[in-house]
Design a protein around this ligand. Sequence first.
Ligand code: GLV
Length: 387
Amino acid sequence: MPVITCIDDLKRLHKARAPKMFYDYAESGSWTEQTFRDNTADFAEIRLRQKVAVDMTNRTTRSTMIGQDVAMPVALAPVGMTGMQHADGEILAAKAAERFGVPFTLSTMSICSIEDVAARTQKPFWFQLYVMRDEDFVRRLIERARAAKCSALVLTLDLQILGQRHKDLKNGLSAPPKLTPSTIADLATRWRWGLGMLGTPRRFFGNIVGHAKGVGDTSSLSSWTAEQFDPQLDWGKVAKLKEMWGGKLILKGILDADDARKAAEVGADAIIVSNHGGRQLDGALSSIRVLPQILDAVGDRVEVHLDSGIRSGQDVLKALALGARGTYIGRAFIYGLGAMGQAGVTKALEVIHKELDLSMALCGERDIHNLGRHNLLIPDGFFTRYS
Ligand code: GLV
């Protein structure tokens, strides 16, 4: 096993081992990718305040997210097509998360189905819902998540229509890949991936194929979203879905203080400050830059989580120190999965945990709950630069 010391090591292996179209899918932002770049660049602008001669024994990163105990407040984000990065990807990532003690969120657009993941894990996972025009299908998805004992519904609000990611169009992204001269040439060099895929029946969108009616091309994320996602989703529908689900509800994709207030009014248990990893509205601000105004808007009426741009334990520390109660990693665990399956996801979690724990120590903190603005050095005008 190569020596892995950081998330970038996993990213390099992922790029070498997964087919180009799936690596590119994960590594894309929309249009110019400005927001995608800002997400990581803005984290890098924030610096840490070192403290010395402070007892650093007995440190803990343990916390809770929506009342559930977590080994560290870092959940695995819902990522479409995870089972194309590595055979049985969602099952492997869910197992790694369960063993580590952090939540796993299964995407509606997963390859392994809700039932597949439930049958192969012991602890409840979270289910991410995309709202479709077909109300019956949405109702059945919710029923399936409930039957699988999912302990939270993560309702995505920022993807009623798919942002354009140039590489996906150029690569002809589909699950499974369509065989063309260029995909065949690419797949020929990814023998590890190919062997895994030959050994699993899970090569299609498992929550959809065989469950949804009247679907055109079930292999294409872009045509599925264009045909099926509900462009009329509004706060009224969010409230109805909350009632239909009846359990813990997390609203994902909030980037604006007014929207955050509406989410709190609807009675969500948590919101995720997110720009979908820079994959939806290019030109939107980074999540970390808008976090304080969202916290100011909702106070403690709703738990505030953050995703988009987290690639290290230091990024987690920065988000928590600014007031987020929880964070999510998407690409950071996908690199691990594409690099070496379940062991790679575990490695990604270990890397992030170690970075978080060591940085806490060097900042003079022993309990993750004590992190705060006092641990950060923030450039003047960072949060007020755009108005
Ligand atoms: C879907 O969630 C995507 O961002 O591709």
